[in-house]
Design a protein. Structure first.
Length: 311
């Protein structure tokens, strides 16, 4: 148990160090809001798309049973996001809070934290079968979240949904998934260039997140309410893993996938949520707080889930 906890902490510590670096640079006035916007734009247009193409193109084709498990996992994400929208209506959150909280509850840090932890705890086979869930997180869940952000920003539901699939991160995830399903690979030189850009995506995003957290709030900007942030954190770290454990367990998916699905569902909110909410100007500071809060809490909760699944 202690070894597993230390393993999860070791995997999460670099995230805190990079966020802390961003906070420090902001407090020292070495980076400001305009620079953070530039870092976010780099991640949005280059870093994350490169990472998704590079990683998803290697996941391979899922078999019949694995496909059913992936469908169950996708359904759980859809349910949790719909529940957050409904909860927001009941609690009278504004559109931005409903959209941002739904995305924060459904899109987890499966690529940067979930798969490395799964490989360390259960072995490389679990990480391999879990790669399809990264595709779901960054194609379906992110597309729904982006559509909600567009709707919250004043666009029609139809236009927001169509634009979601032109989002560079969603489009890159679709392209990487298509390469995997077709059994194709990028040419060698291009693949190396994409791999180099992919390695920069997560670190730059985390530094940008730290800068946003470290900057003082604008005088005319109301601070984000804590109720959508707290609700999204509870849904992401507690409710979603339980839901995935039961629903995926009803499918004939391999046991390794069942373990990976539950563990990845328990990961904190993806830093991609911060990048997207900032790009759309909807729930941006709330998204940043949710990513930071869930990542801090996940040091305990993700360790607990890993120990429980390993037992």
């Amino acid at each position: 148990m202690i070894a597993l906890t230390l393993e999860v902490l070791a995997r999460a510590l670099p995230f805190f160090l990079l966020v802390g670096a961003g906070v420090t640079l902001a407090r020292l006035r070495l980076l400001d809001g305009r620079m953070a916007q530039g870092l976010s734009a780099y991640v949005y247009w280059i870093g994350f798309p490169a990472l998704l193409v590079h990683s998803l193109s290697r996941m391979g084709r899922p078999g019949h049973d694995l496909t059913l498990g992936l469908a169950a996992y996708a359904g759980c994400l859809g349910v949790i996001m719909a529940v957050m929208v409904g909860l927001g209506l009941a609690l009278r959150w504004n559109r931005g809070e409903r959209a941002g909280a739904a995305m924060a509850a459904g899109v987890g840090n499966s690529a940067f934290l979930g798969l490395p932890v799964a490989a360390a705890v259960f072995g490389p086979e679990v990480a391999r079968v879990g790669a399809g869930m990264v595709a779901i997180d960054f194609v379906l869940a992110t597309a729904v979240g982006v559509a909600l952000l567009g709707w919250a920003g004043g666009r029609s539901v139809w236009r927001s949904t169509m634009q979601a699939f032109r989002n560079p991160i969603v489009a890159a995830a679709l392209f990487g998934t298509a390469l995997a399903l077709l059994g194709l690979q990028l040419p060698g030189v291009l693949d190396r260039a994409v791999g180099a850009a992919a390695a920069s995506g997560s670190p730059v995003a985390l530094v940008a997140l730290g800068v946003v957290l470290g900057l003082p709030a604008e005088a005319d900007a109301a601070p984000p309410r804590w109720s959508p942030v707290a609700a999204a954190a509870i849904a992401k770290l507690a409710i979603l893993p339980v839901l995935v454990w039961f629903v995926v367990g009803l499918t004939p998916a391999p046991p390794a996938f069942h373990l990976a699905a539950t563990l990845l569902a328990a990961t904190p909110t993806a830093v991609n949520v911060f990048i997207q909410t900032r790009a759309y100007g909807v729930f941006a500071r709330g998204g940043a707080r949710t990513v930071a809060l869930t990542t801090a809490i996940a040091c305990v909760t993700l360790s607990a889930v890993a120990v429980w699944l390993k037992a």
